[in-house]
Design a protein around this ligand. Structure first.
Ligand SMILES: Cc1ncc(C[n+]2csc(CCOP(=O)(O)OP(=O)(O)O)c2C)c(N)n1
Length: 285
């Protein structure tokens, strides 16, 4: 999932979200919730690249005792992790709870031209999240209460832990969310940054409806022999496939934890923009 959803995370953290890696507790920051907590490396890698206080040595200690990179993200342990996720459906539901808080606080404290609470809550959720009963209840509630600040990316990769989603699930997600009164869009190619950005802008304009962007993604994107299969859901690629994947993606096959210089340089702007973007209204609790 971290490979399939990487373009979405990249777009959000570099172009869309109002956030400051140097100040992850800024009250009115946009939030990103990874509801599919099993894909935690998506979050850790994007936080690291964006300049949050999560050094590479923590990524090297992935899933090790006392590291800041546990198998599932934990709130309070890792800067930039907004809520603990792992039990499927919970992240989406917490995100909707955050939108309730945002709307409530905004209704009390926002004044004309001085919006203390106007942030967005972006969520990634996969098939497993949407299968969970809790996601149905929370999504229905969000539509009814017009929680327009929620923008959900549904990682529609057609694959779950044991094989194709058709083994266990045949909901029409588009119709389901339309019936909840959500703004619904489909992006046919989850790697098309332009289409994704267009969809986010449209979602932001739908102010009185939460939004779902159904993105057709490819689990294990870039792995020549394993992408699009449940084999990449939880098992390591293995040395041989890892080598092929790196070659396929244009990385040197012999390097581990390699970040090309141009990537670091490109991401350095996130921290700068975060600082520039912060206004007199950047304050913490
Ligand atoms: C409530 C709950 N039940 C079961 C699990 C175990 N589990 C972890 S990931 C997963 C499958 C998720 O599939 P999907 O959302 O399609 O993720 P992808 O395969 O695309 O990464 C399951 C069943 C869980 N984390 N939470």
């Amino acid at each position: 999932m971290p490979m399939g959803v990487a373009p979405i995370a990249y777009l959000l953290y570099t172009k869309i979200m109002k956030h400051n890696p140097a100040n992850p507790k800024w009250l009115n920051r946009d939030r990103f919730i990874l509801s599919g907590g099993h894909g935690s490396m998506l979050l850790y890698s994007i936080l690291h690249l964006s300049g949050y206080n999560l050094p590479l040595k923590e990524l090297k200690s992935f899933r090790q005792w006392k590291s800041k990179t546990p198998g599932h993200p934990e709130y309070g342990l890792t800067p930039g992790v907004e809520t603990t996720t792992g039990p499927l459906g919970q992240g989406l539901t917490n995100a909707i709870g955050m939108a309730v808080a945002q709307k409530h606080l905004g209704s009390i404290f926002n004044k004309k031209g001085f919006n203390l609470f106007d942030h967005y809550i972006y969520v990634e959720a996969g098939d497993g999240d949407l299968m969970e009963g809790i996601s149905h209840e929370a999504s229905s509630y969000a539509g009814h209460n017009k929680l327009g600040k929620v923008i959900l990316f549904y990682d529609d990769n057609g694959i779950t832990i044991d094989g194709p989603t058709s083994l266990s699930y045949s909901d029409d997600v588009k119709k389901r969310f339309e019936s909840y009164n959500w703004h619904v869009q489909i992006v046919k190619d989850g790697t098309d940054l332009k289409d994704l950005e267009k969809a986010v802008k449209a979602a932001q304009s739908a102010k009185d409806k939460p939004s779902i962007i159904i993105t057709k993604t490819n689990i294990g994107q870039g792995s020549p022999n394993k992408q699009g299969t449940s084999e990449v859901h939880g098992s390591p690629l293995g040395e041989a496939e890892l080598k092929l994947t790196k070659e396929n993606l244009g990385f040197p096959a012999d390097k581990k934890f390699y970040i090309p210089k141009e990537v670091s340089k490109h991401f350095a702007s996130v921290k700068v923009n975060g600082k520039k973007g912060r206004s007199k209204m950047e304050y913490n609790i």
